[in-house]
Design a protein around this ligand. Sequence first.
Ligand code: HEM
Length: 638
Amino acid sequence: MAPWISWPCGYPLIGSVPDLPQKNSFLKFHEWGQKYGPIYQCNLAGTNHVWISRDRIAKDLLAGRSAIYSDRPHIPALEQDNRTSGQYLPLMSKNEKWTRQRKFAKQVMDTSAKASFYNYPELESVRLLFELMTDPARYNHALESYIARITSRLAWGTPEPADELKQRARELLIGVSPSGALGNKLPLVMKLPEKWIPAKAWELRRSRTEKRFFQVMQDEVAQRLGSVDAPSMHDSRPINPKTSDTPQSWTRQFLETKSSWGFASDLEGAYAVGMHGIAGALTIAAPMQSFCLAMCHFPQYQHVLHEEIDRVPGDRMPRFSDMPDMPVLRAFIRETMRWRPPVPTGIPHQLTQDDVYDGYHIPAGSVIHPLEWSIGRDPSIFFDPDAFNPLRWLEPQYPTYQEPLTKYPTITGYSQFGYGRRTCQGMGVTEADLFVGIGSIAWLFNMSIPDADIDTAQSSQSGTQTTQPEQAVAESGPPTPPSENESERPLAVHDLTYKLLEAKQGAASATEAMPGQFPSVYLPDNVSIQHGLPTPPESRRHSAVEESTEAPFVDAKSPLATTPLRPDPDPTLEYSSLLIAKPKPFKFDLTIRNQGRADFVAREWLNLKMEGEFGDSRVYWAGGNHGDAMYGWGEVTS
Ligand code: HEM
């Protein structure tokens, strides 16, 4: 049998389930991809799952044959059938509700993108920096809140529900993740009475609380607009004067244009908006957290980003409108998403009829996964794929380089957002939030692992130490001013020493550099600048790629072919195990790079606070959100 589609053998009925680790199952699927080829199938609890590790194959099937590859699988742990209930756009079958909600989503995204997302990212980035300066130990909370506050503003015009939104997102994530709710592992339990099955009772309360929350939020915007029947934007009647007080939001847009969408009820609109809130609440925070991880473990690139930030926005905070002038920041974002994909197993599609690919039969009903972890590690495209290296998007000798640099690199259209008819609706918001958020953090801070912990990270090869992150960061004390000459700070990355090399011939100096150029780069000690395409050494080429017709792009004798050693186990793989992968909190120092900027942030925060912009998060349920039998926060473990 040719190697296209083969499978791990598995056990009767349950298939390969026992072979999957509790943690980071994407690594196992990646390993199987290396063993069985770039497309393989396996039986998981009686369902055929197809795993795709190459972009070309995912495009061939999910985009090229989207007519039959665009359905979604059933998620047994949810109270209502995700395919038909009309609650969650990303989980619906390709039906009438999906068509109208997707149309609505496109419209509200386009309108808010044209208004540059109402400057909500810029506004909330002030609060983000202030929180990081004053309480660095809670950095994870600050990053997640930044995203949840922007998303809440976009959804309902207020940041108040940010904590509630995060909780709604966490609970739904448990409900839909194969490794989360019990009902996804043992679907039969959902048929039993809730009094016997705590997991079912949990789901029913989750679902009730979510519905109530979405309705409360929609009602509040409707009341603020003056009446539930506020005039439509397509109406010739004048807008209710009260609406001018109502902040822009997707709910406002829905209420003003609701006759255009053909929704069954206002509740459908409440879900259409609320689902987008949930989709944004945690997904975008994951790459922000991974960015911090990358800066600490691959610090040799950080000053390249600082150089661009100090040259383009300079002493004002970065804005979304800086995008065309900041390819380096965009490269860091793109590389962060490649290095640590927020949805490493991809969001699965379902095949609706039998198909044949390259001579192999794929049965109808198969669940198809574009395995993002592997797609971003295709060794014929990404040299040393496990390394975080933003230069692969900025240096012409890498096959991933693309011009013009005013546009590329970008995450718009990136495979991480899916394929074909089901591609993500949130790419624009994601790019805006990450650009302003990550740009602001790098504008104010330097990130590093405390010196003592560099040794620890090295010795983690023998598994000697675990740290209490919050305590550890708190112990590192308040932010301190930067050293006099930032670029002379010693660089330390586990077992590597890095040196500063002049960039390609003819590169301009820092002060002369134009947007899109950067003056100097750090490369590993034993490396000299290579002209022409770098290629991986023979030993790194995997059998799965050997069938590829693409020419290998690296000379095995190239010094670039020397792959740096990384600690084992890799401390950057401490990830939460639900559908969205995010790094667990870890210990690092945030050092203020420029006191004047810090003072500016403090003043700006105070002004905005006094204007009422930064109110506290709201509690929606009795007992400080603990709630009662009907509504409240469910237990969350992740
Ligand atoms: C880092 C951020 C994000 C990532 C990595 C991400 C990733 C994805 C992926 C992989 C899909 C499935 C695509 C497919 O099936 O082929 C998806 C679908 C979707 N995403 Fe996102 N997403 C992100 C942020 C957002 C945000 C911020 C929103 C909205 C505010 C959003 C809204 C949606 C919607 C509505 C769908 C469903 C599309 C459909 O099924 O028709 N996403 N996303």
